[in-house]
Design a protein around this ligand. Structure first.
Ligand code: SAH
Length: 393
């Protein structure tokens, strides 16, 4: 077993059970991509069994802090079994569930979503790539699913020196699935959809939107960055008379339109607009439009903290425009899924936007990702989705 020796003082994060070691913390040691290594402190004490990643800045990702544990088939069975059991205890009200959420489930770099009877997975680290076949077998055993689609086409694979890979890993057949969420039906295609196919992390926020639309009697709802219209279906279910979905992806909008009909709503209540949100918001303001509720759920503007400043300006801009477009008393649901923007900073950005729009707002709720996308105490970097529900004053 190869040994990776850390520089003096660099053992602290592993001792706190934080799973990452950056390249600059390593004194000596080399291994192949994904190889399991023994990580030791400067004075030779065991710290973790970990996956080595020669080309990544995150050079080491810990599998376990227990010296007696082996990283083998049984290890993945225990970890995956625990993750699946946790979701069962959470009693997620959908058959679309995030089963494995990377570091938060003790499986750095592995993301697995269950959509009905099929699994869709991303192998995003050298370690998960190396154990792919074992992980695939264990996933099927642990879930009873017979099909597993691989969506390892995320840009972060390049940082690990890995090529994009997509396709059936186990089983085969139709890549299209229908899931049930809060009594609504939503479809996705694991081959064509974003990420693993769908944005499960917004599940509970979609339900809250439906409730608020009902409670506040919102008539006109604007869903910006709508993707396949999850929030749009929620708004219609909540009783909105008119919903506008704006996205720059034509296939996503086609699916949003189909979702309106699939859920039994009159197509005349929904409009799908293929447009850049920023441009649309400006146009809508110019033409004097008004909405009773607006959802802003943009893509990641700041992948890392280094992009935070430019991203902050972009978030502020859309939030300013959104707040202006809202009718008095209107509801803004605004999100950031950038890891580089914390909840506190996001709050400040939205406050800045309100200042520029010369309005105030009452915070109705602070929002986060659904619990099947857990954040753990020891790994705050896992926290990415944050949002605010604000009533314009
Ligand atoms: N709210 C959605 C998920 C949104 S993901 C849900 O609940 O499912 C972000 C979406 O923003 C993607 O669908 C992407 O196509 C879209 N997008 C990215 N940049 C955009 C832009 N400048 N204008 C409009 N849409 C954009």
């Amino acid at each position: 077993m190869k040994v990776i020796r850390l520089r003096e003082g660099k053992e602290r994060s592993l001792l706190r059970r934080h799973p990452w070691v950056f390249a600059g913390s390593i004194a000596k040691g080399q291994a192949d991509a994904g190889e399991t290594v023994r990580v030791e402190s400067d004075d030779g004490k065991f710290l973790a069994w970990a996956a080595f990643s020669p080309s990544s800045q995150i050079r080491v990702r810990a599998w376990t802090f227990d010296e007696s544990e082996r990283v083998d088939h049984a290890f993945f069975k225990r970890r995956i079994g625990a993750a699946v059991a946790l979701r069962r205890r959470m009693a997620v009200e959908s058959d679309g569930v995030r089963l494995i959420h990377g570091e938060a489930d003790g499986l750095p770099g592995l993301v697995v979503d269950r959509y009905g009877d099929l699994l869709s997975a991303q192998f995003l680290s050298a370690g998960t790539e190396r154990f792919k076949s074992t992980i695939a077998d264990v996933l099927l055993q642990a879930t009873g699913c017979t099909r597993l689609y691989e969506r390892s086409d995320s840009g972060v694979r390049a940082l690990e020196g890995l090529e994009p890979v997509t396709g059936w890993l186990r089983g085969e057949g139709n890549t299209e699935v229908t899931i049930r969420e809060h009594g609504w039906q939503l479809t996705l295609d694991v081959q064509e959809g974003h990420k693993t196919g769908f944005y499960l992390d917004q599940r509970d926020n979609r339900a809250r939107l439906a409730d608020w639309v009902r409670r506040f009697g919102c008539k006109r709802v604007l869903n910006c960055y709508s993707y396949t219209g999850g929030f749009s279906v929620a708004a219609l279910a909540g009783g909105a008379e008119q919903v506008v979905s704006v996205d720059s992806s034509a296939p996503a909008l086609a699916r949003a339109t189909a979702h309106v009909a699939l859920n039994g709503h009159d197509p005349a209540r929904h409009q799908a607009l293929d447009a850049d949100v920023n441009g649309y918001l400006r146009e809508a303001l110019k033409s004097g439009e008004r909405f009773d509720a607006i959802v802003l759920d943009p893509p990641k503007f700041a992948p890392t903290a280094a992009h935070a400043e430019r991203a902050a300006r972009a978030y502020k801009d859309i939030n300013r425009l959104g707040l202006k477009l809202l009718a008095p008393g209107g509801l803004l649901l605004t999100f950031s899924c950038s890891g580089g923007i914390g909840a506190e900073l996001f709050h400040k950005i939205v406050a800045g936007a309100a200042m520029d729009a010369q309005v105030d707002g009452a915070i109705l709720a602070r929002l986060e990702g659904a619990p099947d996308h857990p954040t753990t105490l020891m790994f705050p970097e896992g926290e990415y989705l944050k949002g605010l529900a604000v009533l314009k004053q």
